[in-house]
Design a protein around this ligand. Structure first.
Ligand code: TXA
Ligand code: MG
Length: 350
């Protein structure tokens, strides 16, 4: 791969899909659309191809990849499926749910960062599913962004971040959900736990599993959770047990000031600080200023999540001195997920 390589964005024609499937089957990398965020895919059973994913992203080797499948049967070829896993897969697949399960030996160690478990998911985007079927391989795919930066929700975002490092991007439109999948640790079906919040809630999972699901616990400061701290103190080379639990992640270069809520004074602040951007969850009333932005017209969380990463990227490119944003209200799955991403985005670089 040469540094001058410029990624081509492919329209989703039958011919292009067949071509990209051949690239994947031949050990190459293709950025693919998902309903959550775009992924950078390779044959999950090809260690060399998967190492190229880490290289293109600048991703540390101790951050394992999700393996994407097109059927429950294919999931069973890479992971050991318990009855509990089958039950939640039946309910939520294809969809934004990743299951961490005992791995089968065919999965290369580079994919799982040496863990005994593997993360598996059946994505809901029809083009992603089609590529898995056409290529004939399960596809390992992390989000298609340089490590640590905001996840991509369009083909153009992928090209902006990785365009000089990869050759192929499949355009499947803007990602419908806009935040990454919920990750459920289901290694022990009696003690399921959320490792990363996404569109599917702990409550919805508990209902299917019939046991309580340990919810994702955000740490007030955005510091590493106890789980990761345990792993990293016992052995500095050990993989992060939970995803994106790195304190600082999803980060714009512009400082992000995350507050609990905007209030009556916020718009005066916006008036007095024209070089700082103010990002509202809901369109402010009346005439807005050029430094006032919003994530939804009426405050619907699905719309907020859908547009969050694109808006953060846009503001990050806008030469603002600072970006102010407020937490999403409530405890719904999407509110928890949005606030998790905002907390990480606001955390300072070490
Ligand atoms: O929605 C998504 O999940 C997207 C799309 C492309 O499917 N993918 C995604 O991948 O967000 P990525 O690599 O950005 O995040 C996956 C996270 C990693 O941070 C990793 O720590 C965690 O999944 N993970 C992978 N395997 C794991 C395992 N065996 N145990 C615990 N966590 C694991
Ligand atoms: Mg990611």
């Amino acid at each position: 791969m040469t540094p001058t390589m410029r990624a081509r964005i492919y329209r989703p024609t039958g011919r292009n899909l067949a071509r990209l499937a051949r690239v994947l089957a031949g050990g190459g990398l293709v950025a693919v659309p998902a309903e959550t965020v775009y992924g950078l895919a390779a044959d999950a059973l090809d260690a060399r191809a998967c190492r190229a994913i880490f290289k293109a992203k600048g991703r540390p080797a101790n951050d394992p990849l999700i393996v994407h499948v097109a059927s429950v049967q294919q999931a069973g070829e890479v992971a050991v499926l318990s009855d509990a896993a089958r039950a939640v897969a039946k309910k939520f697949w294809p969809g934004p749910l990743t299951l961490v399960l005992p791995r089968r030996p065919c999965v290369p160690r580079v994919v799982t960062s040496g863990l005994d478990s593997v993360a598996v998911r059946m994505p809901a985007h029809p083009l992603f599913l089609e590529l898995i079927r056409l290529s004939g391989c399960p596809l390992a795919a992390p989000s298609a962004n340089p490590f640590g930066y905001i996840s991509p929700t369009t083909a153009e975002h992928v090209r902006d971040g990785l365009g000089s490092r990869i050759g192929h991007i499949l355009d499947g439109g803007a990602a419908a959900i806009g935040v990454e999948s919920t990750i459920l640790d289901l290694r022990d079906p009696q003690q399921p736990a959320i490792l990363r919040p996404g569109a599917i809630s702990a409550e919805a999972l508990a209902k299917i599993l019939g046991v309580p699901v340990a919810p994702y616990v955000p740490t007030a400061s955005g510091k590493k959770s106890a789980r990761v701290a345990d792993a990293s103190t016992s052995n500095s080379a050990s993989p992060a047990l939970a995803p994106g639990l790195l304190e600082q992640h999803y980060s714009p270069r512009t400082p992000l000031n995350l507050v609990d809520a905007f209030d009556a004074g916020t718009r005066e602040l916006a008036r007095d600080h024209a070089d700082e951007a103010f990002l509202f969850l809901k369109k402010p009333t009346g005439k807005t200023r050029p430094n006032e932005f919003w994530l939804s017209t009426r405050g619907h969380l699905a719309e907020v999540a859908h547009g969050l990463f694109a808006r953060l990227r846009q503001l990050d490119d806008g030469n603002w001195r600072k970006i102010h944003v407020a937490r999403a209200p409530g405890r719904t799955a999407l509110a928890v997920a949005v606030n998790d991403r905002l907390t990480r985005a606001a955390a300072r670089r070490p």
